[in-house]
Ligand binder design. Sequence first.
Ligand code: PMP
Length: 471
Amino acid sequence: MDVYESALDLIGGTPLVRIRTGGAAAVYAKLEYLSVGGSAKDRIGLRMIEQAEKDGLLRPGGTIVEATSGNTGIGLALAAAEKGYRIVLVVSDRVSAEKVDTLRAFGAGVVVKSSGLPREHPEHPISFAARLAETTPGGWLANQYDNPANPEAHYLTTGPEIWRQTEGRVTHLVSCIGTGGTISGAGRYLKEVSGNAVQVIGADPASSVYSGGDGRPYFIEAAGHFVHPDTTRDVWPTSYHLDVLDRIVPVADRQALDTLRQLARTQGLLVGGSSGTALAAAHRVAAAAGPDDVVVVILPDSGRQYLSKYFNDTWMLRLGFLDGDETAARVADAVPEGSDASPLPYVNTRADIAEALAVLRARALAGADPVLPAGPCPAGPERRPMAPELTGSVSLSAVEAALLHGTAAPSDRLADHLEPPLPHIGYGEPVEEALARLARHAHDTAVVLRDGCAQALITSSGLRAALPTPR
Ligand code: PMP
C-alpha cells in the first residue's frame, strides 16, 4: 500500500515549482505550505520535541510551552497531538485570526498578549512564555529563538531536499529571516555540500533591523526583527547564524504585498506575507543572475492563513496599501499637496502633560479643539510613525478638564492619560466611506495612511472638499 503511518511522516518533503520571472535565471519556489501543518515550521516543531525527549527535558505527561507567531505553534501542536502532550502557546495580538483558530483546532491552549510591549516587559509573549514554562509542572519551553534543533531541522531536511531536487544545480538560496533557523540551517548545508558555491541571501522587511532598518513596525508577519522604542537591550536569536549569509535584500511591505497578490492571480499559488517578501527579493536576485543560475526561494506558508489581511481589500485599503478606484473621490484627493514632506503633527507618549498642553495650545488657533495622535516613537519628518505606533491620542479639551479636576498633574507622563487612537483611513479609500467611519469617532480628525505609514491629519470638512460639488 502507498500509505503513511502518521501525520509526522508528512512533515517536509515539499516540492519545487518554477516561477515565471521573465529573467534569464530559473527561479524555483519551495512550497512549504504543502507540509502537513501548512508551513516550514512543521520541521522544527517535530525536531525540537524529539531532541527534548532525548535530552530528558520533555517527559510523558509534560506540557510544551512556546511564544510563536503561529506556524511554530502549529508545528509543535500537531506533533504534540500525535504524541499526547499538552501544549500552551503564547501569541501577540497581531497574529492573524486564522492562525490562532488553527492552534485552538489542534487542541492547544492559546494565550494572547499585547504586541505593544518591549521585549524585556514581563507581559511580552517571549518573557511570558518563559515564565509559564517555569511555573508549569512538567513544563518545557521549546524556545525556537535559541534552540539549536531549529536550524538543525533545516540543515537535516530543507537543505538536502533542495540539493537533491535541483540535482546540485542550485546557485542561490533566498529565504526570509525570523528566528533565522531556516536560512541558517538550509544555507549552511547548501554551502557545505557545494564547496561554498551556493550564495545565501536573506529577504527582509525594509524596516527590520536585520537589513539595517530602524526596527519600526511593519505588516509582514513572522519575518524580520522589530524593535520596540522602549527596548533597552535588543536581543537577536542565536538560531540566526549571520556567518552563513552573503547578503540581505530589504523589501518594502508594499512590494511584498503586491508580489504575493500578483502571484495568486497569475500563477495560481496562494502564499503568505513573508513569501511575498522572499519572492520579491528572489526576483531581484534573478534579474542580476545568469542563464545557468538556479535560484531557489523558500515560501514558508500559505495565503489561506492571511485571507483576513493581505487578501482582504478592506484591510489593504484602510492601511493605504491599495490605490483604490481612481475614478471616484478618494482620500488621496483630499490630502493637501506636499503633506508627504512635512512632519506629521504628533506627540510622543514619553512627553509630560505640560509639554503636550503646550503643543495643543499652539494649535488651538487653527482648530476648535485640537487633537493629536500620540505614541511611543520619536517624531519628525525622517521618522514618520507607522500605524501600530499610534497607540493613542490627546486632545486639548480632555487635558484641560483633567488638570482642572485634578485627575492629572502637569508632570504626569502623557502615556498614563491617553485617549483612544484616532481613526485611520487609507489614502485610496473612497471619501464617502472614510467620512462614514470618521463620524463614529469622538474627535473630528483622522490619520491618513499610505503604505501603513501616517502621512497627514484630516478633518471631515477637509475630506468633503474632495467631493464633487453638486450641480
Ligand atoms: N515566514 C513565516 C510565515 C514564518 O512563520 C516564519 C517563522 N516564524 C518565517 C517566515 C521565518 O523563518 P525562520 O524563523 O526560520 O527564520
